[in-house]
Each structure stands twice: as structure tokens, then as C-alpha cells.
Design a protein around this ligand. Structure first.
Ligand code: PDD
Length: 285
């Protein structure tokens, strides 16, 4: 049985109930995070909370929780749910109003909901064990504020579904200029001539915590060149390697795009090098 948190109480997940007038339900008016945790140790807790605080500020949801409050919640959920391989889902909606009206209610108490769910064991930096992804591509038809981790994910859901229906595990997205933005639930990287390249942070993509850890880890190590710059889809299609990153996938190799092999179609050595460094240092974040 999974133990969740809702508005101050810990309770079995199936007993957690919210009002249908909650603006998270009616409008997708909320901010969320997913923090990975292995044997009780979280990866990127502080940057995840910082991103949530800036998301709440960006959409004007006022919640006076400190990093310490979030830490206590996460640790309690980890303990209550067996401290194995867990994703900790954190969700703050603007709250339940008495009417359905687009403007922010003057007085409303945000709804805070959290639960823990089992995730796969952390990826291992091993070419033979790597989980390779086949992906689709689509023009990014979401909104212009993709840097905000909003619970309004219908655009992402529709893009993910487009790939899923073709048997693909993700969908790479590109803007109207044919430039890579990210994937429907991951950031994206390419490797060309041993240089690791990823689109720069702007309103077109989520500032992924895994993306940050990858770049920071490689920068500190110093042996692999990295570039944050615009990536065209032509470059994606002619890349030696393509990776997608997210909290639960860490660095996942992409070996096929729209049915065409990436590079030689095998998981690459640059992935191995990057995932090795990531695995070694991730609990420092
Ligand atoms: N997805 N881009 C998008 C659109 C995402 O939804 C995610 C994460 C990422 C990667 O971010 P991070 O490295 O901080 O997990 C990039 C989460 C896990 C989800 O929606 O389940």
C-alpha cells in the first residue's frame, strides 16, 4: 500500500481525494516535480525544490513552504514507502475555488499533494545493459512557457502518445525553425565528433535537473567537450549519438529516430562515459 500526503495528512493513496473544483483539476493550474530516490537517497533534491519554488512564483501561487518543509515531506514519504527505488511526485495546485472563473481567486489555499511510486533501478553504465530508446519526431505544438513545470501537460501527453502509438518510447520535438527543443518528458542531447551538444535554456524547454547534472558533471570532469547551443534537426539526424535525459531515465541512449538508426545504431561510447560520470556523482546533487 502506498502512503501519500494531501493537505497536511499522510494517508493511503487510494483514500486521497480532492474537490472537483480544485483548479488543478479544472485548469491544470499547478506546478509539480518528480524527485528520484534510491535506498533513501534523493538525487537533485535542492535543485528540484528550487525549480518548483520558481515555478510557483512564475504562476503566482503563494505557498510558504521552505526547503526544509519539502525535505521533511520527502523523507517521510520515502520511509513510509519502503525506501527502495522511488519517484517522489510533488504537486501544488492553486487550490479549490467555489466557482469556475479563470482569474486567480483572491483567497484560496493551495492544494499540496505528494506520493511515492516505484521506479526502475538506477541505470547502470554498461553498454550491454543499457536501455536504448526508439523515438519519433514531431513539431513542438505546446505553449511558449515550456520552462515552467506546469501540471497542464496535455500538449506533452499528446506528443508522447504520437510516438507511443508507433511503438516508440519518446517523441523528440522541434520548433518552427526545425530546431530541436526537447522531448515530451525528457531533455535531449546529441553527440557529434565527441562533442556533447544540447539546446540552450529558454522558454522552449524545461530546465531539466538531469540536464543540469549532466552538464555540470561533464564540465567538472573536463575530459569531454560540451556545447549549449541551437541544434538543428539535420544535426540530430546526422549525429553520432542522441540521448534523452530525465530524473528516472538519467541518460538514456536513443538508437533509432523515426525508424532510422542513429549513427551506427548501437549505444555509443560517449553515452558510456557520460553515464559512468553521472552514476558516480549524482548523489552529490
Ligand atoms: N519529466 N522536459 C520535460 C518536458 C519533462 O517533463 C521532463 C521531466 C524533463 C526532464 O527533467 P528532469 O531531468 O528534471 O526530470 C524535460 C518528468 C520526470 C515527468 O513529467 O514525469
Amino acid at each position: 500500500m502506498s502512503i501519500a500526503f494531501l493537505d497536511g495528512n499522510y494517508l493511503p493513496l487510494e483514500e486521497a481525494k480532492i474537490s472537483p473544483m480544485d483548479r488543478g483539476f479544472l485548469f491544470g493550474d499547478g506546478i509539480y516535480e518528480v524527485v528520484p530516490s534510491y535506498a533513501g537517497k534523493m538525487v537533485g533534491f535542492a535543485p528540484h525544490i528550487a525549480r518548483m519554488q520558481s515555478g510557483l512564483a512564475a504562476v503566482g501561487i503563494k505557498l510558504d513552504w521552505t526547503e526544509q518543509d519539502w525535505s521533511e515531506l520527502c523523507h517521510r514519504l520515502i520511509d513510509e514507502n519502503g525506501a527502495g527505488n522511488l519517484g517522489i511526485y510533488l504537486h501544488v495546485s492553486r487550490g479549490a475555488d467555489s466557482k469556475r472563473f479563470h482569474a486567480f481567486p483572491e483567497t484560496v489555499t493551495p492544494t499540496v499533494f505528494a506520493f511515492a511510486f516505484e521506479i526502475a533501478p538506477a541505470p547502470v553504465a554498461d553498454l550491454a545493459q543499457a536501455k536504448a530508446y526508439k523515438v519519433s519526431t514531431n513539431q513542438d505544438l505546446r505553449w511558449d512557457r515550456c520552462h515552467i513545470k506546469s501540471t497542464a501537460l496535455l500538449g506533452n501527453v499528446l506528443h508522447f502518445q504520437q510516438g507511443y502509438e508507433k511503438g516508440h518510447g519518446e517523441t523528440l520535438l522541434y520548433n518552427a525553425n526545425n530546431e530541436l527543443t526537447e522531448a515530451s518528458a525528457c531533455n535531449a542531447f546529441i553527440v557529434k565528433d565527441n562533442v556533447v551538444i544540447t539546446p540552450p535554456l529558454d522558454n522552449q524547454l524545461l530546465p531539466g535537473i538531469t540536464r543540469h547534472i549532466v552538464l555540470d558533471t561533464l564540465r567538472r570532469d573536463g575530459s569531454i567537450a560540451i556545447e549549449e547551443r541551437t541544434v538543428t534537426m539535420d544535426e540530430v539526424h546526422s549525429a553520432d549519438e542522441v540521448w534523452i535525459t530525465s530524473s528516472s531515465k538519467e541518460i538514456a541512449p536513443v538508437t533509432e529516430i523515426d525508424g532510422v538508426p542513429v549513427g551506427n545504431g548501437q549505444v555509443g561510447n560517449m553515452w558510456l562515459a557520460a553515464q559512468t560520470l553521472f552514476s558516480a556523482g549524482k548523489f552529490d546533487y
